[in-house]
Ligand binder design. Sequence first.
Ligand code: F7E
Length: 349
Amino acid sequence: MRKKAFITGVTGQDGALLAEFLLGKGYEVHGLRLYAATDDTVRIKDLIKNDGFHLHNGDMTDGGVLWRLLSEISPDEIYNLAAQSHVKVSFDVPEATADINALGTLRLLEALRGLKLDARFYQASSSEMFGNVPAPQNENTPFAPCSPYGAAKLYAYWVVRNYRDAYGLHTSNGILFNHESPVRGEEFVTRKIANSVAAIEAGKQDSFLIGNLDARRDWGHARDYVEGMWMMLQQDVPGDYVLATGKARSVREFVTTAFALTGVNIVWSGKGENEKGVDARTGRALVSVDPALYRPTELHALIGDAAHAYEKIGWRPRTAFRDLVREMVNTERDLMKAGQDDGLLYAAE
Ligand code: F7E
């Protein structure tokens, strides 16, 4: 029998990569898509042609739809990836963020419980739940989120654990540190940098603005992380797992590495809001700080310890930082050459 998976947030980076991965494993994949008047299917346009892939309109704020879809599909595995996933935007729309990320998870769990389905459940928990606690962070680190996004994700994390303990459901949390890829949303810093560096190389842009250059993140490749999600659900016993590379780089280092791949040597001058990334050869300032891109509260350093995932389920990250940056920058260069880059929609985030 072909296994069936239900993925919420299938149009996002992780949803699209996971759907592709599961189709490759022979699954029938059902994806939940938040209906949007603008086309949001760019990441899944090839998957849509696959007859094992089914797209459903829905909304994490509409419990009736979730209930009906679970009842009709009766999946073996449920991956809850839908979210308002932008941390800075969560300060602008905190209530909507809580409704989608926290209560949306509860609605899906209630449908799973109410329908008495024998499905395994994966929750996209986040390293943002840790907040500014000392690094490295693992499954035993106390949580102290410092954004509406992190707080909403923490509610979902606990309710997933509670449904496991209270009702014996097979529910697992993947506490994922930052994971990127060429299909990362343009509103996240890695894709923004990769795109801007390629646009500057192509002569389509002179420079770009950036927020906090000192923030340190543990950046891995999303392709490796979606495999980890699947591995969690193949365990007989559910659990909670950190997925991370164990190494952190600053936003400044990401910028320097990305430019170096296009042959530009960036030197940094000035401090704080006056800091600039300058092309060492030409003296041109290619990167400037815009305080409007700072967050009301910032999370300074996230570094994950994924030893538990390695020991229990055998997961480990496969992609080195430099290879990740190279893949992202080179994809943007190719898009630029093909004339498929229309500039960033979300440069202001
Ligand atoms: O920011 C700094 C920013 O927006 C990374 C989501 O997937 O990972 C992601 O959340 C860092 C922050 O990702 C800009 O202040 C500087 O310190 O790429 P980001 P994030 O906030 O870490 C976690 C694990 C999730 O769960 C989230 O869903 O970069 N930064 N300058 C900037 N960030 C952005 N977006 N834009 C800038 O211009």
